[in-house]
Design a protein around this ligand. Sequence first.
Ligand code: GLA
Length: 684
Amino acid sequence: MQTWRVDAPGQTLVLASDGGVPSALYWGAALPAEQDLSQIGLIAARDVTGGMIDRLPDVSLCPEVGQGFQGQAGLVAYRDGQPLYPRFKLIEADGMRFACRDEVLGLTISFEFSIEGDVVAARTTLESEAEISVHHLAAPVMPGPQYGEEILDFSGRWIGEFQMERAPWRAGIHMREARGGRSGHEHPPIAYFPARGAQNTAGIVYAMHYGWSGGHVMYVEELPDGRRQIQFGHATGTRASGQVFETAKLYFSFSESGLNGCATAFQRHLRDQVVTWPHPERPRPVHYNCWEAVYFDHDVEVLKDIAERAAKLGAERFVLDDGWFGKRDDDTSSLGDWNIDPRKWPAGLTPIIEHVKTLGMVFGLWFEPEMVNRNSDLARAHPDWILGPVDQVEGRQQRVLDVSNSEVRDYLYDKIAAVLSAHDIDYIKWDHNRLLPVADAAQAEGVYALMGRLRADFPGVEIESCASGGGRIDAGILEHTQRVWLSDSNDALERLRIQHDAALMLPMAITGSHVGPRHCHTSGRVHDIRFRAWVAAQRHMGFEMDPRELTEDEAAVLSQVTAWWKSNRDWRRTADILRLDVADPSVIAEQQLSQDKQRFVVFTGKASTGTQIMPRPLRLTGLEPDATYEIELINRDEAHPLSRREMPLKDGPVNLSGQLLMQHGLILPWSFPDWMWVIEGKKK
Ligand code: GLA
C-alpha cells in the first residue's frame, strides 16, 4: 500500500492506495512528522463478518460501484444512455495530485489537493475520451467521523438566513441539495460534523464548505456496515454532456477547539485567501444604502439631502439601490435596460455622485445583471436570451438571462462597463432575486466569467453579492466579490441570530449589516436605536433607513456607535469571531479576538426574556489564563434603572485574569430583551 500525507496548519490527511483510487485513511489533528505512514493501514483494517462480502472497499476519494461500493457513488455518469461503472487504477501520484485511469472506458479522474491558509482545498476533475453525461461528480470524498453523532448544517429562507439544523448520523443518506441555481438560502454549502459533546468553544469538529454558486448537493451517508462518507458536488443533473468535468473546490477544516476552530479557519480563509481586495489598505467604509428609505422613488434633491445626513452620521459610501435605470418605478419592469432613467435623473448620475464625493463619500450602484423583466426593451429585442419555457412561473415578476451565452455576457459587460467608465463608481451591489427555471452549472460559470471580466477591467470596483439577501454566499462567488448582503432583514433581533450562525463561515470584514428603520419593514418590530446600532456594528456597518426619521437622540447614538466602529474597525477587520457557549439561552454572544490576542470585544445580545431573574455569567474564550485583562462595559451608561445592583462594571473598567473570565465568566447588568452589552477587553 502506498501512502501520502497532506499537512495543513492543525490538520493532517493521510491518503493511501493499493493501486486504485486513494482513500483518506486518516483525517484529523496534525500527526507527528515521525509517524510511520506504512503503519496507517493497521488502524484502517476492519474485519467483516456475515458472509455477504469478504472485504469492504474503503471510502475512497470517489467511491466506485465497479469496486462493489453499495452506497452513494462518487461518480454517476452515462455514455450513449448506458451507465458507466469505472474501475480506476492509480497512474500518477505526487502527494498533492492523484490521477487514476480506466483504460477500458477511456476515463481519467484526478484529485488535486492544496493548502490555503488553515484549510485544505480539494477538487476532482474527470476527463473522458468520448462524450458522456455526468449526473453526479463528487469533490474528493471523505469518510465521516466514526465518533460523531450529529450533522450540523443550515436551512434558511428570505429574511431568515443561516438557520442551524442538527440531524443525527443514522443509517442511510442525509441529503441536502440547493436546486435553485444559487448556493441558496435553503442550504448554504457548508456543514459541520462535531464529535460527541463538542460545543462552540471545545471539542473535536470537522467541517466542509463547497465553493460553488450554482447549487450543490451534499450526501452524508452511513452504510449498513458502519462506514460513513461525506460528499459534496454540483447539484445533480445540472451539467451538460461533455468530455471534461470539474468540481468546485471543497474546503476541509478540522478543529480541536470546538466549532470555533473550524469557523475561524473558514473566516480567515474567505477573508485572506479567497477575496481579493481592490484597496487592501483602505479601511472598510461605513455604508449608506437608500433602499429602505426611498425604494424606487428617486428624486435627486431628496437623495442629496439624505446623503448629507448620512455623511454627518459617519457614512463613507453612498449606495444608490434599485430604481435608477429604464423606467423602473416598481419591480414589474426594466431589468435588462441598464440606461439611466432621464425622468428621474435628468442630468444623469453625475450630480449625485459629485455631491456624494464632496461629502467625503464614495459612490456605489445596484445592478441585477442576470435578470430581465418581460416588460423591458431587452426582452422585446431578445426573447431568445431568456432561460426557461415561455409560460414559466416567474419570481418577483422577472426572468433569467442565459448568461452561459457569450452574446448575453457581452451585452451585459458593455452596459455595465459603460456606466462604470462614465462615472466615478467605487462599488456595485450585484443582486440575483429569483431562482433559475432549471438549475444549470453553465449559468454560474457564465456569471463568474462576466464578473471576472469586469473585475479585470475595473479593478478598483468592489462588488457585493446579494441574492434576495443571503441567497448566494459561498467561496466561489467570493473569488469575485468582497462583501455579502447577509439578509434583507434589517430587524436587529433577527439579524443578531443570523449573524451569529453565519459566523460559522463568514468574517466581519465581508458581512454587510445595516441599521434599519425604527419600524422594521420586514418584521414590523420597533427597536431602540441602541440595539439596532450595536447589532450592525458587529459586522461591516451601514445604515439603511431614511435618516430624516431619526430623532436627535437616535442620531446622537448612531453617530457615537459609528465613531466607535471606525476607531475599532482596523483590528477587528482581521479579528476572529468566536461564538460563546452561553449558560442563559436567551443570550446570543460572541467574542471578537484580535489576531495578536491582545484585545477583544464581546457582543452580548439579549434575544428574549430570560427564564430566571438573574443574568447568568458569560464565559469568554481564547484568552491566556495567567494574563490580566482590563474589562470595560463600554455602553454602561445605557444600563436600565431596573438593574439595581451595584456592580463594578457599571462604574468603570475592572481587571480580571483570563482564567476567571474563561472559567467563571462575566456577570453583566440585567437588561430588557432586544438589548446588547458591549464589552472591551485589553491584555495588560
Ligand atoms: C433585493 C435586495 C434588496 C434590494 C432589492 C432591490 O431584494 O436583497 O436589498 O436591493 O432587491 O430591488
